[in-house]
Design a protein around this ligand. Structure first.
Ligand code: HEC
Length: 142
């Protein structure tokens, strides 16, 4: 076999193995949450100037991300390098409720960010952060 082909195949299999790991996939999305929320937080705390369009873009991005990591919690993915608590799988209705609350607050943040009232944005940003914390308190290992 030609060397380049072997290398290409190795890379292909390696990337598939990586993509197949749901723990890695959900953590990747949570890292993007942190980054996006961190950027918005600077504006909310007055450490960065408020730019309506940029903030609206970040809020829309978070709303898009909010749809994502939940499919990466298949049964049995409570093993290995994960901070996910077993309650995610033993209390699926409660977990789903926290997901729904979070999605609802994120959708509202996107709305108020489009409206552009900074005081409303600050209040709604805090509401979103509360839903992050609520879920972590119940479903994430410290
Ligand atoms: C409905 C539940 C839920 C909500 C809502 C939620 N998280 Fe999490 N988060 C988790 C769970 C569960 C883990 C642990 C994932 C794992 O280790 O497998 C986690 C992990 C994380 C991590 C660590 C990722 C890593 O690299 O290990 C960060 C950072 C994070 N969340 C940030 C946030 C932020 C910011 C928000 C809100 C904008 C948020 N989360 C909302 C459940 C949630």
């Amino acid at each position: 076999m030609k060397k380049w082909l072997l290398l290409a195949l190795t890379a292909l299999f390696a990337s598939q193995a990586f993509a197949a790991d749901p723990v890695t996939q959900r953590k990747e999305v949570f890292k993007q949450y942190k980054q996006t929320v961190g950027q918005m937080g600077k504006t909310v705390k007055g450490q960065a100037p408020y730019n309506k369009d940029e903030f609206a873009k970040l809020a829309a991005h978070l709303d898009m991300l909010a749809q994502q990591p939940w499919q990466y919690f298949p049964a049995g993915s409570d093993k290995g390098k994960t901070d996910a608590k077993p309650e995610i799988w033993s209390k699926p209705a409660e977990f789903q409720k926290d997901i729904d609350n979070y999605k609802a607050e994120t959708a509202k943040l996107k709305q108020v960010a489009n409206d552009g009232d900074l005081n409303a944005i600050k209040a709604q940003f805090n509401a979103v952060q509360k839903t992050c914390k609520a879920c972590h308190d119940s479903f994430r290992q410290d």
